[in-house]
Design a protein around this ligand. Structure first.
Ligand code: GCO
Ligand code: MN
Ligand code: MN
Length: 389
């Protein structure tokens, strides 16, 4: 095994406590793995070579812990982080497990639930900042409905906006160095979740009081669940300067929420994603929001975590090979080649150029007849990815 594929701190690989700590319960059966404490999970992550560990408030501090218990738990956790050299780049709030949130949190119909959700999030922000987090993820797991009879979608959006405006102001007031990253998901656990795609989140951010404090945390599985191209969503977020964080995993298109090991299901899509992130110079955490198959014991969980990071690094190396492959690059250069005439026609708008363009005579038939060799290009990509090239 080459050291090229060994995780290092500079790669910024992180996992949530809830990912490697997932005990393997599903809708049809109970947990299959024993409980591991946050401190044990930090040890596990250090052993596999991760850089960061993320958490929901209640992954670390039980929801009914007393202030003294909270202090003790957080203290022990900090000691473990220090001992193993792990960092907490991101934190978030569990606004979906407790029955109080069965109708959502920020968008719940009951105003007391909405107020409680804000209180819980402020406390979780304090905890995250105390642990060093600079990104705060908001995933609206139960911000949705089974029936539109229960909630007006416009009112729900207004409530959502109020919550985010409130929390941004709170962070500003406290002087915290913290940005929010909104995570879209189309469904699960609700039938329909509000703001279902990264594109919806990006549009919503523009309506907030402090849009500069808010970006997105796109997740592979969430866009794939609704059949979308994840890399395209990430590209749009990047283009807008809003790619604050990313959740990497994998997912069969249109199935239930699977949280598979990164790159395991759709390696070609994972390759183009990694290629994109590396080529634009994304410098944030590479967070794996996935979990091991239910078939696994704790050794299997380590195999899962190592596999996520290894595949990322394999695709990173393949992206380099793609960029340096003469035949591949020649094909790309051929279809994108432009002469002076194209440059003249495609410059920025001015009246003269518009006039020239109106008068220009195109050989439309020749344009349509030209073969683009994308079959060849894609097969070369497959050859490259499968290691025969
Ligand atoms: C999911 C989500 C969550 C969130 C997490 C952080 O599908 O359950 O991806 O794992 O990312 O709650 O906000
Ligand atoms: Mn998810
Ligand atoms: Mn996620």
């Amino acid at each position: 095994m080459s050291s090229l594929y060994e995780p290092r701190a500079e790669h910024k690989f992180s996992f949530g406590l809830w990912t490697v700590g997932n005990p393997g319960a599903d809708q049809f059966g109970p947990r299959v793995r024993s409980h591991r404490s946050p401190v044990q999970l930090v040890e596990l992550l250090a052993e596999v070579g991760a850089w960061g560990v993320n958490l929901h408030d209640n992954d670390l501090v039980p929801i009914d812990a007393s202030p003294a218990q909270r202090q003790e738990i957080v203290g022990e956790f900090k000691v473990a982080l220090e001992k193993h050299g792990l960092t907490v780049p991101m934190a978030t709030t569990n606004l979906f497990s407790d029955p109080a949130f069965k109708d959502g949190a920020f968008t719940a119909n009951d105003p007391k639930v909405r107020a409680y959700a804000l209180q819980k999030t402020m406390q979780a922000i304090d905890l995250g900042v105390d642990l060093g987090a600079q990104t705060y993820v908001c995933w609206g797991g139960r911000e949705g409905v089974e029936s539109d009879a229960s909630k007006n979608p416009l009112v729900a959006l207004q409530r959502y906006r109020h919550a985010l405006d409130f929390l941004c102001s709170y962070v500003r007031d406290q002087g915290y160095d913290l940005k929010f990253a909104l995570e879209a998901k189309p469904n699960e656990p609700r039938s329909d979740i509000y703001l279902p795609t990264t594109g919806s989140m990006l549009a919503f951010i523009a309506t907030l009081d402090h849009p500069e404090m808010v970006g997105v945390n796109p997740e592979v599985a969430h866009e794939h669940m609704c059949g979308l191209n994840f890399t395209h969503a990430v590209a749009q977020a990047w283009d807008m300067g809003k790619l604050f964080h990313i959740d990497l995993n994998d997912q069969n298109y249109s199935r239930y929420d699977q949280d598979l090991r990164f790159g395991s299901q759709n390696p070609k899509a994972a390759f183009f994603l990694v290629k994109f992130l590396e080529e634009v110079g994304y410098s944030g955490p590479r967070h794996f929001d996935a979990h091991a198959y239910r078939s696994e014991d704790w050794d299997g969980v380590k195999d899962f975590a190592r596999g996520c990071m290894r595949s990322y690094l394999i695709f990173k190396e393949k992206a380099r090979a793609f960029a340096e492959d003469g035949e591949i690059q020649a094909l790309i250069a051929e279809v994108t080649a432009s002469g002076q005439a194209d440059a003249d026609l495609l410059g920025p708008y001015d009246a003269e150029r518009a006039d020239a363009l109106r008068k220009h005579v195109f050989d439309r038939v020749a344009l349509g007849a030209r073969g683009l060799a994308y079959e060849k290009l894609d097969q070369l990509t497959i050859d490259l990815l499968s290691g025969v090239r």
